[in-house]
Design a protein around this ligand. Structure first.
Ligand code: ZN
Length: 437
């Protein structure tokens, strides 16, 4: 029995089944895919009509007869859904049959898109998302055993010794070496460069911005490597990142895209002509500003129908030369990743602050609705929160953890009623005035 099947049995998911289905559906024509989506959409709307008050009201008001739906155009009758609407009507999004939905998990999402939202997903939606991610791993050649260097942020919360040892053992078994890029005490940049020099890695998995800083350093030192593939996650991969990675690492670069509410939803194939949208899992529309409006076809515990996620993207009408007909995202725009720069030369990016606030349970215990970290100058950082007042211990924890990583800068915490978006309407979790962004 393979590992995915075994995990499915243990966790009540159906990743393997979805993976197998999606291996077939990836070659569907546009018409076949629309039929596939329509089937799923009708089932979802049926569920919404029976169980979810927010959608029941819309379906009744619009006079939608679900049995008679014969086109995806029915979506146009649903208003755009925003985080604010969900927050204001939270109870009306809880299904009446919640107890009979398998594997419901509650999570929080904030990320780059705005207010913090309590989201839910279920075994069905996770299976679909993982099934498509597994398929993308085949596209990227990730299922071949290769030595991988992982440059990503770990959890801020302290894990047990057993947990750390297990992780280490798994890494050794899997041939992977992981460098925690939040752990700046170890001079991470040098560690990563030394690792690259001393080991023959076939693959690098990284946050693009951090790998970019390494690549810049290597370019300056006129050192280059031969790596098979680089795959990036969590932040947008910019054209300049891709170009430098090709130059310094001589590698094939793969990007992917997802959002906190829905998870991974587009992956790059071996032809590198864009990111294939997982149309089996989501229906993606765009508004006049090219912002994405997403319908998740698999999440029954919190259906997102026409959810506006505020990311701007360019979607190409062209078909990819790989033969798959799914829509291609050729560019994600408008997500600026700011950094806080430390007096010790280290820096911290938004995902670190997200982990800091969420993993420590401060978000949950103090009802954090939104946060923003502002670097005013070299040694002044302001932590802005829309939240209940933190205890002294919690405040000290935040300040100490940040100082531990970037040096003894002055950090103050401000409680706000409102945190404004940028001029373009985007929420910015980190603003660094020194970078003049
Ligand atoms: Zn393709």
């Amino acid at each position: 029995m393979n590992k995915i099947k075994l995990l499915d049995i243990l966790t009540g998911k159906s990743v393997w089944e979805n993976y197998q289905t999606y291996n077939i559906t990836q070659w569907y024509s546009k018409e076949e895919m629309q039929k596939f989506q329509l089937n799923k959409l009708k089932l979802l709307l049926q569920h919404c009509n029976e169980n979810i008050p927010y959608y029941q009201r819309i379906i009744t008001k619009q006079g939608i007869d679900i049995e008679k739906i014969d086109s995806l155009d029915v979506l146009k009758q649903f208003p755009i859904l925003t985080k604010e609407i969900i927050q204001a009507n939270y109870d009306d999004f809880i299904p009446k049959n919640q107890n009979s939905i398998r594997g419901v998990k509650l999570g929080q999402t904030g990320g780059t898109t705005g207010n913090i939202l309590f989201k839910r997903n279920d075994a069905n939606s996770r299976s679909s998302a993982w099934g498509s991610a597994k398929r993308a791993e085949d596209w990227m050649g990730l299922n071949l055993p290769k030595k991988t260097l992982i440059l990503m942020g770990g959890h801020v919360k302290k894990t047990s010794l057993l947990n750390r040892l297990t992780t280490k053992a798994l890494e050794l078994l899997s041939n992977n070496v992981k460098v925690d890029i939040y752990d700046t005490s170890n001079k991470t940049l040098e560690t990563a460069i030394n690792l690259l020099k001393s080991n023959k890695f076939s693959r690098i998995r990284a946050y693009p911005q951090f790998l970019f800083s390494i690549a810049l350093k290597l370019e300056e030192l006129e050192i280059s490597f031969f790596v098979d593939s680089i795959y990036t996650t969590a932040e947008p991969l910019m054209p300049e990142h891709r170009a430098l990675f090709k130059k310094v690492f001589n590698a094939e670069v793969f990007d992917q895209y997802g959002c906190g509410e829905i998870g991974g939803l587009a992956y790059e194939c071996e032809k590198h002509e864009g990111l294939h949208i997982t149309e089996e899992h989501v229906i993606v529309e765009q508004n006049n500003s090219n912002e994405l409006i997403i319908t998740d076809l698999d999440n029954y515990t919190m259906p997102f129908i026409r959810y506006w996620n505020a990311d701007q993207a360019i979607i190409s009408e062209k078909n990819c030369s790989c033969g798959r007909k799914s829509q291609l995202i050729t560019q994600i725009m408008g997500r600026t990743c700011d950094y806080i720069t430390g007096i010790n030369g280290q820096y911290l990016h938004w995902a670190y602050f997200w982990h800091l606030i969420f993993d420590s349970d401060i978000a949950k215990n103090r009802n954090v609705k939104k946060f923003q970290i502002v670097q005013e100058n070299n040694d002044r950082i302001l932590v802005r929160l829309i939240a209940d007042t933190l205890t002294e211990d919690e405040e000290r924890f935040l300040i100490t953890d940040i100082q531990k990583r970037i040096g003894k800068v002055n950090i103050s915490i401000a409680y706000e009623d409102h945190i404004e978006n940028s001029k373009t309407g985007k929420y910015r979790p980190v603003i660094n005035h020194m970078l003049n962004l």
